[in-house]
Every structure is written in C-alpha cells, then in structure tokens.
Design a protein around this ligand. Structure first.
Ligand SMILES: *Cc1c(COP(=O)(O)O)cnc(C)c1O
Length: 227
C-alpha cells in the first residue's frame, strides 16, 4: 500500500474510533482530504484509495490542480480565505465554500455561480475563539449573516466552519468545539435547515467529533507535513 493509502486508512480508523467513543454513527462524519501544497499525483493516489472530497486553500493552485484532475469525479471544497475580487473563481470551480464570512462575498458568489451548476454549498466561517488575526465572523454576528445568506438564490447554506487556535489538550479542544456546536444548534433552532459543522483537523479531529463535527478537514495525517 502507498503511504497515502495507509495514512487514509489510519485517519478513517481515528474517525471510526472517535465516533464509537462519542456514541455517534460513523456515517455522520465526512472526511475532507486537504491537498493544499501537494500535487495532482497525490490527489490521484488518494482518489484511488477511495477518497472523493478534497479541500484547497490557495485559489491559483487549486484552479490548476482541478483542471489537471478533470478526468476524475472529485468534489472540491474551498477552505481558504475568499477575497471579494476572487469570488468568480470560487463560484466557477468549487462545489463547496467553507469560508464565507461577509454578506458581500456571499452575494457575489450567488450572482456568479454558473447557471449550469447546482447551487454552491456554503458554510459560514466563525471566529470561534476570537483569534485576532483570523478571518471568520464574530459569534454574535453569525445569526444575522446566516439568515441573509440563506436567502441567496444560488447558494445553499449548509452550516458553520471553524479553525480554532491550537489548544493544549483534548479538554481544551473540546471546550472550543462545544461552543461552535452550541452556535450551530441555536441556528437550527431558529429555523435554518443546517446539516454541516465543519471542524476538526489532524490535531483535534477526535475532540471535534465528540462535540458534533460532521466534516473533518485533514491534511497532514493523509499527505504528510507541508514545507
Ligand atoms: C491546512 C488546513 C487544514 C488541514 O490541516 P492539517 O492540520 O494539515 O490536518 C484544515 N482546514 C483548513 C482551513 C486548513 O487551512
């Protein structure tokens, strides 16, 4: 087995174990393979090992990679910051965008989504731990943005996404992820039909799954360390 294939198997086992410990059905958690900085060959190997959904951060790199892999039935997720002058690329090339944090960006994505494609699936990025240099909407502003985004015709609002600062241990990771879960539950209670909580990476996917993550974004544990 190639390294990527055995790494993928290891990550799937981590997800299954975390789901079992949290009393959750493993089918509730999607694995997004984060392929940023790795070439199309690595993505091909991962696809050959059964992986279909891939996340990319850097638009130029992503657009080139997506074109080189157009022969495969892959699902591409934008997980990097979206500048408002780059929305057209995101709207044209991705199935999902996890990092919507302003209404202006959401409106442009909706206007620019090509008519021959299904609605762009989106998550609102929340700055859940108040990291100063981080993108993401403040928790207290999420509800207003979510209800506005939910009304845009060419977007399908699916849920929330977070990138917490690295935390010291499992309990600290869990505490932050639980705040995101509460926010997600409160939006659902307010009438939004959300089904996606995008949180958890290589270092904290277990805590994220315990808190209710439905999509973990994993790069390092699949493809190895990045330069
Ligand atoms: C790079 C990245 C990941 C993957 O992180 P790893 O620690 O390598 O698993 C997940 N989400 C986002 C938004 C990222 O930028």
């Amino acid at each position: 087995m190639t390294t990527i294939a055995s790494n993928l198997q290891g990550v799937r086992q981590r997800i299954a174990k975390a789901c079992a410990e949290a009393g959750r059905d493993v089918n509730e958690v999607t694995l997004l393979a984060v392929s940023k900085t790795f070439g199309p060959d690595a993505v091909r190997v991962a696809h050959g090992a059964g992986q279909a959904a891939f996340g990319e951060n850097y638009l130029q790199e992503a657009v080139e990679k997506i074109a080189l892999l157009a022969d495969l039935p892959l699902q591409w997720h934008c997980i990097g910051p979206i500048q408002s002058n780059k929305t057209r690329l995101v709207a044209a090339h991705f199935a999902w965008a996890h990092t919507v944090d302003r209404l202006k960006v959401a409106e442009r994505l909706s206007e620019q989504r090509p008519a021959d494609q299904p609605p762009l699936q989106v998550c609102i990025q929340v700055n859940i731990d108040g990291g100063a240099s981080k993108s993401g909407v403040a928790p207290e502003d999420v509800a207003a943005l979510a209800h506005a985004v939910a009304g845009l015709p060419r977007l399908a609002l699916r849920g929330l996404m977070t990138i917490p600062e690295p935390a010291a241990d499992f309990e600290a990771q869990l505490a932050v992820h639980r705040r995101a879960r509460q926010l997600y539950d409160s939006l659902r209670a307010s009438g939004l039909a959300l089904d996606t909580l995008s949180m958890g990476m290589t270092a904290d996917l277990e805590a994220a799954i315990h808190a209710g993550s439905t999509l973990v974004r994993v790069g390092t544990a699949i493809f190895g360390g990045r330069a």
